[in-house]
Design a protein around this ligand. Sequence first.
Ligand SMILES: *Cc1c(COP(=O)(O)O)cnc(C)c1O
Length: 364
Amino acid sequence: MSNESRVERWVRPEIRAISAYHVASSVGMLKMDAMENPYDFPESLKGDVSGALSSAAINRYPDPEASKIKAALKSLYGLNESVDILFGNGSDEIIQILAMVMGGPGRTILSLEPSFVMYKMIATFTGSEYVGVPLSSDYSIDIEATVAAIEQHKPSLVFIAQPNNPTGNLFSDKALKAIVEASPGVVIIDEAYTAFTDADYMSWLNDYEHVLIMRTFSKVGLAGLRFGMLYGAPVWIEQFNKVRLPYNINSLTQSVALNALQNFDLLLEQTEQLRRDRESLYNALSEYTSFKVFPSEANFILVRLPHSAKKVFEGLKEQGVLIKCLDGSHPMLSECLRFTVGTQDENGRLLQALKSVTGSLGLA
Ligand SMILES: *Cc1c(COP(=O)(O)O)cnc(C)c1O
């Protein structure tokens, strides 16, 4: 039997049907496509990090509980014993753990669309049913349709990105409450962009036992570290921990993450700067009268062009600026581009390249 036929025979059809998560090559490019923090790790901390790394006992298995980081986070957020924390190799791994525990054949994972694509992908990997409820045309939650879908499909797991990616907006508390109160299973509020908004749902853990809060270090300057967190009631975290591979957070990650937490204010200075520069970038993009520029509570800005979004994306790429083209990824994102907020210099270079590309396409 040829390998082709073996693949055909044995790889699950839903896996054969999808393509791998695509990461665009960015060698030599100005990288404004992936919501990374453009600033390097603060210079003053690099010494501490190399010290921590050289003293890490890499001949031994890591602390399976990452207990020092847990203690540091609990004190940072003033959490008591009614909240426990699960750590993942990025929040992507947490989504996978959740889907393995709560999903599977005959179970439904529900999210909103358009939103973060990993919810649907991981639902597929785990053989779960997936329901994506369309947002309204202004990207707010259609409360009636969402509650109806929850009542119909009874999802074990609901994912809500707050603020939402790739649209950048916050959903209303009223909509989130309606979803939480209608949900028979668990609701995950994914606060990946918490550093870029004043909205904060940690206190909902006190109000709702079936709500958990997911956060990540990726968008605050440590995307390369792969470190995600899930906060929630110990009864849930205990179940999720059973499926987590014992040493998923390696010793080097633990030591850098601890160092970053002890100096979190330095990272927050960078995100504060990005919040200010988001406003300047928003204003500059809004000067194009034919563009619809969506307000953002995250470190990126979504823009809808009247036409030629793909050409603008290609034109920027030719000029060495990589952004995200969302046209074609979802019907509600046609002609949409997403710009990650960079340093002032990077934003300036982006705007300059945009000017020359749009000029030749008759966009103003
Ligand atoms: C970027 C992003 C994540 C993924 O974070 P990692 O910790 O890097 O895996 C999760 N949720 C949303 C909504 C994101 O945009």
